[in-house]
Design a protein around this ligand. Structure first.
Ligand SMILES: [Zn+2]
Ligand SMILES: [Zn+2]
Length: 470
């Protein structure tokens, strides 16, 4: 999601009117370190040492210090509570309120979310939202700041521990954020906000609350920051790597309950990339999305309003189209027999001659089938199937002797070798096709005919006798 300290590390790719903080040492004309390949002699110049210290170094210190710091239960409870508060600052605040404007918040809620969001130590709202909008706009491309196509580890943490060329990241419009006084104030005072909300505030609670200053520093401060950072980083890595793609599989975002559990409900990421302005990530009531529940609760309290929701009809359309795509892919792996239009046209006389010559040919509804290899396997016995050889077996096959199942028609279609010239049953089928739209064929995405159950060409719905009479 974002790097701990960045407001000064990376200048905005948007030259906005009210650019609050600019990296004065950055000269866009000077070649960036990322323009050089990583070698044994320059690798350390590629590393963002400040982020390495904050994301990796400080937590290591925290884990070591935890050995000599007993964990008091009150501190443990507060750490979990503050974990949720700061985590929701990112998911409900940074992400769904500011990056996607999926709902509107009253000023007190904005201030609260900006404060606890800073306590999660993931950069300013302004910086975070700009990168996140680029991530949505340029998902999986080189302009995506944390593209999973560069590897799972890169999308999780690599993009922060290695220096990034700010020119690489795709441009996005953040003029609305530049107009939000809470966002601008937090961006200008970001370092102060982080130190206070990340470290001092939890220490004050545990220290004044029950005298556990050190526990507050190590558990509610350092280790809580580490966990909330790793959890939200999972939205960039895990949510683009693990799970299903029920809405669109052209890009990497995926839905998975494990990611949802880790990220306070941000795990339905395939849905989220399809419908980013929806205030929900989980659309089913039983799916875990405490971020959605919080926003809904704030609405009941009058703190949030204008919660955006995509129409269920649109959501189901997306789901259906993806299902259709999967069906098409599955259909293309199956043998449906040679398409009728590619079959050779055989004269009735030639058909009979070949059949008499020993080839087990059976004509059903004007289509000629070679059943030589199937005779011994015929469930109805050898005698019945051989009685149809060299004849028009349309009526026999369609109820005259045995009304064959859809599966039998499917199997028969894989044996077809030709169509009869002017075959009267083919004519009947053609006419039926014209008259009865149910039999008209639809093509799938590969242009192959979709053969629905009961609509094989060899299946004659009406009794053949009446069709003859028609
Ligand atoms: Zn994503
Ligand atoms: Zn998003």
């Amino acid at each position: 999601m974002a790097s701990p300290v960045n407001s000064s590390a990376q200048p905005s790719s948007m030259a906005a009117r009210s650019e609050p903080v600019r990296n004065k040492s950055h000269d866009p004309k000077k070649p960036h370190i990322t323009d050089q390949a990583i070698t044994k002699s320059n690798w350390y110049k590629h590393v963002n040492w400040l982020n390495v210290t904050l994301i990796i170094g400080v937590p290591i210190y925290g884990f070591i210090a935890a050995y000599s710091t007993p964990l008091q239960w009150k501190t443990a409870v507060f750490t979990v509570v503050y974990y949720f508060m700061t985590g929701l600052g990112i998911t409900a605040g940074y992400h769904r309120l500011w990056a996607h404007t999926s709902y509107s918040a009253r000023l007190p809620l904005k201030i609260y979310l900006a404060a606890v969001g800073a306590g999660a130590v993931q950069g300013s709202i302004r910086w975070w939202s700009r990168d996140h909008r680029a991530h949505h706009r340029y998902t999986d491309t080189d302009k995506d700041p944390y593209s999973v196509r560069k590897g799972l580890l890169y999308s999780h943490i690599g993009w922060m521990v290695m220096k990034q060329n700010p020119k690489r990241i795709g441009r996005t419009d953040i003029s609305d954020l530049n107009d939000c006084p809470v966002v601008v104030w937090q961006h200008r005072n970001y370092i102060k906000c982080v130190i206070f909300m990340g470290m001092i505030f939890p220490c004050l609670v545990t220290g004044f609350g029950w005298g556990d200053w050190k526990g507050g520093f190590i558990y509610s401060g350092i280790l809580r920051i580490f966990i909330v950072q790793q959890a939200t980083f999972c939205v960039n890595s895990l949510a683009h790597w693990l799970g299903d793609q029920p809405f669109d599989d052209r890009n990497s975002p995926r839905d998975h309950v494990v990611t949802a559990l880790v990220t306070l409900g941000e795990g339905y990421h395939n849905f989220h990339h399809e419908f980013p302005s929806d205030y929900r990530n989980a659309i089913e009531w039983h799916q875990y999305d405490p971020t959605k529940w919080s926003i809904w609760m704030w609405k009941q309290l009058g703190l949030a309003y204008d919660l955006k929701q995509f129409k269920q009809n649109e959501i189901e359309k997306g789901r259906l189209q993806q299902l259709q795509k999967k069906l098409d892919q599955k259909r293309q792996t199956l043998d449906w027999g040679v398409p009728l239009e590619q079959l050779p046209i055989i004269d009735w006389d030639d058909y009979q001659t070949e059949a008499k010559g020993g080839r087990a040919l059976v004509a059903v509804a004007g289509v000629v089938h070679d059943v030589t290899d199937f005779i011994r396997e015929h469930p109805g016995g050898k005698a019945l199937i051989t009685s149809g050889i060299g004849k028009d077996a349309t009526a026999i096959f369609n109820g005259g002797v045995y009304n064959h199942s859809n599966a039998a028609h499917n199997l028969l279609s894989t044996m077809r070798v030709g169509v009869l010239r002017g075959g009267c049953e083919v004519e009947i089928w053609k006419r039926a096709q014209r008259e009865n739209k149910d039999i008209s064929f639809v093509s799938d995405s590969a242009g192959k005919k979709i053969i629905r159950a009961g609509s094989q060409v060899t299946r004659i719905a009406e009794p053949v006798a009446s069709a003859d009479a028609a």
